[in-house]
Ligand binder design. Sequence first.
Ligand code: ACO
Length: 139
Amino acid sequence: QSLQRLNACLFPVKYKDTYYRDAVLAGSYTKLAFYKDACVGNIACRLEETGPYIRVYIMTLGVLPSYRRMGIGSKLLQSVLGLCQQDPRVVDVYLHVQTNNDEAMEFYKNFDFQIVDTIFNYYIRLDPPDCYVLSLRLR
Ligand code: ACO
């Protein structure tokens, strides 16, 4: 429920039941951030297993506007990267970001994510509808 409320504030997309199922199945790869008693951010991942390998897909990472630039987003991402380091099956972490999202691009650059693809018309209801695929290769 906290995740649902936060996403409604943070993202212009309504998430389906599969998003919430995947987020829960990802266990500690999905986290909420609290500031005092308030739930102010989340990172939600999906673990994609193929054979012996796991790709970690970041479905959402967001912090409420008044709590940004305080290091909360970095802490959320660092905690997921820490889990990835501990599991030798994890080969990369990747995500989609809308091409005009300069804040997110700056943010992920700090962690050495690279643009590996551009997908045109990825979003049906957003303008621009295009996204970059960012990836951080671990192994
Ligand atoms: N402009 C430029 N650089 C930025 C910005 C910004 N608005 N925000 C973060 N950065 C960079 C800076 O280098 C910053 O370091 P600094 O503050 O010392 O200069 C660094 O990232 C770390 O910032 P944090 O404080 O750790 O990040 P924050 O808690 O503000 O969260 C986030 C960043 C998650 C991108 C936030 O802006 C947000 O929620 N945006 C809306 C939702 C969103 O776009 N999420 C990502 C979409 S992709 C996806 O979800 C998979």
